[in-house]
Design a protein around this ligand. Structure first.
Ligand SMILES: *Cc1c(COP(=O)(O)O)cnc(C)c1O
Length: 460
């Protein structure tokens, strides 16, 4: 197919919404390490996990062998409201950069919640409903996950309790109100409504909270209220599974035009969008069928992959959740106060951590002023106002395209544009006013976080 036939936007039809999720773990020789019970340091059983998570999601979490898992019709029907999402050929950006590289992005911001998180929110809410539960609890940082979950719960008639990191609760009142509009109950975290919240507030009076803290509170409420379970918007295997719709659609759209990406780039917070985008491509790489260069992009102020340790750690500050083996900065790590670009979680998906450890992907850390510069350059030519998180991927896509300009190579770049940034205008304002600064944690800063890693027998 000749180059000039590729449209600006490649839309698939409704019938092209994947019928099945792809479980990347099935093709991994070295499986991601199991979640451990923090008390016994033994792998968590389905029964133990079932006290916290919905039953069917526990099965998905533990399933390292089934390559394809049927997407229930009810979930596919919901996906029809905003999927398939478009693949865009960034002709305008290519021209502005003067690069011979061909740049494509998969845009996940075309729904009211404004990000890819709805892909897993509807799946998790569906399984909670199917189990006959009353509701779910969760945490949210910047607010995208809480918004997505609120939408999914409203659609299915489930109660939704969200613990929102206090600093975001105060700085992002509009996010909060969107969640309440969809019927969610939103509490700033840490709060006095949970035992763990009271303890954290006693130890750190005036703290503005962290994701790890909010997770602890949400889990406590789930396990102490009959009919409730806890749901998580990233990091877990099940979330990567649900997000595989991103990669499956992207691959189908590119295959339609015989386009094979050389480089695939995604931002990495807990790893769910990246894990979903790369899934079918990484599957081919693992099976030895094709090769791709895959790059995870993270903030220099929260550098889990590039400066963290591959070790078992808690996913939450309260240290009540299972231990996950992952690249981590320590569950006590909190990015510096001036950090505005999201992707603040201290750890990383176990699946991506194992793949990174085994050399199947690379990681880059970028500074936030460079990220916002890329965001603005992109917005002005491509029209979409990107989320700061997504803009990490834009930064590295632009950098790679500029390298092609120097070398004359016509590489094909695919990146994940995970969402829109309408609720991030305080951060954009800082950047526009020239008040945004970068902070790269020192080795001492990082050593402090890593000193809280749990001691797990058999781990160094
Ligand atoms: C939550 C979020 C991310 C990061 O989460 P991952 O689990 O790493 O994908 C990236 N972009 C947007 C827009 C988000 O809302």
């Amino acid at each position: 197919m000749s180059e000039n036939k590729i449209p600006y936007k490649i839309y698939l039809g409704e019938e092209d919404i994947p019928q099945k999720w792809y479980n990347l773990r099935a093709d991994m020789k070295n499986k991601p390490a199991p979640l451990l019970n923090p008390g016994t340091c033994q792998p968590m059983t389905a029964e133990e996990l079932g006290a916290v998570f919905c039953d069917e999601l526990v099965q998905q979490e533990l399933d390292d062998t089934t390559p394809y898992i049927e997407i229930p019709k009810e979930i596919r029907d919901f996906y029809k409201m905003y999927r398939p999402s478009p693949i865009v050929r960034a002709y305008c950006l290519e021209e502005a950069l003067g690069t011979p590289a061909k740049i494509y992005y998969k845009f996940e911001g075309n729904n009211t919640s404004g990000s890819h998180k709805l892909n897993s929110a509807i799946a998790q809410a569906y399984y909670a409903k199917k189990q006959g539960l009353k509701g779910v609890t969760t945490e949210t940082g910047a607010g995208q996950w809480g918004t997505a979950l609120s939408m999914a719960c409203a659609y299915l008639g489930l109660d939704c309790k969200v613990f929102m990191v206090k600093v975001s609760y105060e700085q992002k009142p509009f996010r909060r109100e969107v969640m309440r509009t969809y019927g969610a109950d939103v509490t700033p975290s840490p709060s006095m409504t949970t035992e763990i919240g009271k303890k954290i507030l006693a130890e750190h009076p005036g703290t503005t909270g962290s994701l790890g803290c909010a997770i602890s509170e949400a889990v406590e409420v789930a396990v102490s209220n009959p009919g409730y379970r806890y749901v998580l918007g990233s990091v877990l295997n099940q979330v990567l599974l649900h997000q595989s719709v991103i990669g499956l659609e992207a691959k189908a759209a590119l295959d339609k035009y015989n386009v094979k990406p050389d480089i695939i780039i995604g931002c990495a917070g807990g790893g769910s969008n990246l894990g979903g985008l790369i899934a079918p491509f990484m599957g081919e790489k693992l099976r030895g069928e094709n090769d791709y260069r895959i790059i995870a992009v993270e903030p220099a102020s929260c550098p889990s992959f590039t400066r963290g340790k591959f070790a078992y750690d808690f996913c939450d500050t309260g240290m009540i959740c299972p231990l996950a083996k992952m690249y981590t900065l320590g569950s006590g790590f909190i990015p510096s106060a001036n950090h505005a670009g999201g992707l603040r979680f201290h750890g990383m998906s176990s699946t991506l951590s194992q793949l990174y450890h085994d050399g199947y992907m690379e990681a880059k850390a970028v500074e936030q002023t460079d990220v916002f510069a890329a965001a603005e350059q992109f917005a002005r030519v491509e029209g979409i106002l990107p989320a700061p998180e997504s803009s990490h991927a834009i930064r590295v896509a632009i950098d790679e395209a500029l390298k092609c300009k120097e070398t004359g190579e016509e590489k094909t770049i695919l990146f994940g544009l995970t969402g829109t940034g309408y609720f991030d205008m305080v951060a954009y304002q800082k950047y526009n006013d020239g008040e945004m600064t970068d902070y790269i944690p020192t080795d001492e800063d990082l050593a402090k976080g890593l000193s809280s890693l749990p001691v797990v027998p058999g781990q160094d």
